[in-house]
Design a protein around this ligand. Structure first.
Ligand code: FES
Length: 104
């Protein structure tokens, strides 16, 4: 299955609700988050000091960076707590036939 402009990265059942997984896509590290069955993808880089978000905590719709505690809204990528003020870099996600595709 090919969705134009998108790359298949996972199957829906690989990521449980409230979980985050890291994928390498086209040489880019990205995080994919399942938020109650909706999927969101961001560059694996905090907007504070550009460190990885692999070990972030997820609490409801909030993602907390493991390094200095900045928080982001998972739906929008917007920073909601300092020390980050810029949003995360977001990638579009599509789900089709149980597969997750990301536009990179
Ligand atoms: S690198 Fe994420 S809060 Fe500093």
């Amino acid at each position: 299955m090919v969705v134009e402009g998108y790359i298949e990265i996972a199957r829906v059942e690989e990521i449980k609700s409230g979980e985050l997984k890291v994928f390498e896509v086209n040489g880019e590290s990205i995080i994919l988050i399942n938020l109650n069955g909706e999927f969101f993808a961001y560059k694996n880089q905090c907007s504070h000091m550009e460190l990885g978000l692999d070990d972030s905590e997820i609490d409801g719709e909030i993602l907390t960076c493991p390094w200095h505690g900045a928080q982001f809204n998972i739906r929008t990528g917007d920073a909601v707590r300092l020390p980050a003020s810029a949003p995360l870099e977001r990638y579009e996600v599509k789900v089709q036939d149980g597969k997750i595709f990301v536009k990179i």
